[in-house]
Design a protein around this ligand. Structure first.
Ligand code: UDP
Length: 240
């Protein structure tokens, strides 16, 4: 972290749902373009940015399982969906003039590099954005857990968790409860004991065990990625 509070290296987790825009399914290029512009701004200002993108705009393994599919196979479908989001973001980052590499946990040499943590760090040091695709390559995990694992492995200072349509963590669902109260900060134990819907328990536990702070914030509000990177008081900060 610099003297003014600006983060030096961050892991940005983007929800797949956000990529769909109003459509719910697939990729809305206007949304991806807007996100790419914001990422480009912070990269130009000198922050190293790695990205993990979800795949909820295509498939979620657990939802396909309910519809009768084998869980592991549908999780692989979910992971492949995240790669399409990665390529969309890569495209718009390149259009912004930002060098970008996609690294996937399932190898697919024609479209991406394999996940190589040391190489990812080298890319970051050179000012390239690194986008991690295909989750961790393992069924039964989420991209939230992936984001925590990647953040730890590349030594990101913070996990910036961009949400779609909610500006932090609340004591109840603000979409259904008008009286829901937002937390400015929380500790991991509270997130777990109150069963707050920040990320899945595996992801939160991994953060807690390793002391990785998470900032939950509204992704699509203009300028928010830069605010999060600068350490401004937005969203909800979860730490020890
Ligand atoms: N997934 C998986 N292993 C991983 C990461 C993701 O099996 O390491 C699958 C899982 O089926 C998940 C889907 O990919 O539902 C899409 O990811 P996620 O639900 O985390 O996306 P988000 O909700 O963030 O858009």
């Amino acid at each position: 972290t610099a003297h003014d509070g600006t983060r030096r290296r961050v892991l940005l987790k983007l929800s797949g749902e956000a990529f769909a825009g109003g459509g719910g399914l697939g990729v809305d290029p206007d949304v991806v373009h807007a996100i790419a512009r914001e990422i480009a701004t912070v990269v130009r200002a000198g922050t190293e940015v790695a990205v993990v993108i979800g795949g909820g705009n295509f498939f979620r393994g657990a939802e396909l399982q309910v519809r009768g599919m084998d869980r592991a196979r549908s999780d692989y479908m979910g992971m492949l969906g995240t790669v399409m989001n990665c390529l969309a973001l890569q495209d718009f980052l390149i259009k912004e003039g930002i060098e970008t590499r996609v690294q996937t946990a399932i190898t697919m040499g024609q479209v991406a590099e394999p996940y190589l943590p040391l190489r990812a760090v080298r890319h970051l040091e050179k000012g390239r954005v690194v986008i991690f695709g295909a989750g961790m390559g393992m069924p039964y995990f989420s991209t939230d857990t992936t984001a925590v694992q990647r953040a730890l492995e590349i030594h990101a200072e913070v996990l910036l968790m961009g949400k779609n349509g909610v500006d932090g963590v609340y004591d109840s669902d603000p979409r259904t409860n008008a009286g829901a109260v937002k937390f400015d900060s929380l500790d991991y134990a509270e997130v777990i004991s109150r069963d707050l819907k920040v990320a899945d328990l595996t992801a939160i536990t991994l953060c807690k065990d390793n002391g990785l702070p998470i900032l939950v914030f509204e992704l699509l509000a203009e300028g928010n990625i830069a605010r999060a990177v600068k350490g401004e008081k937005i969203g909800t900060l979860i730490s020890q």
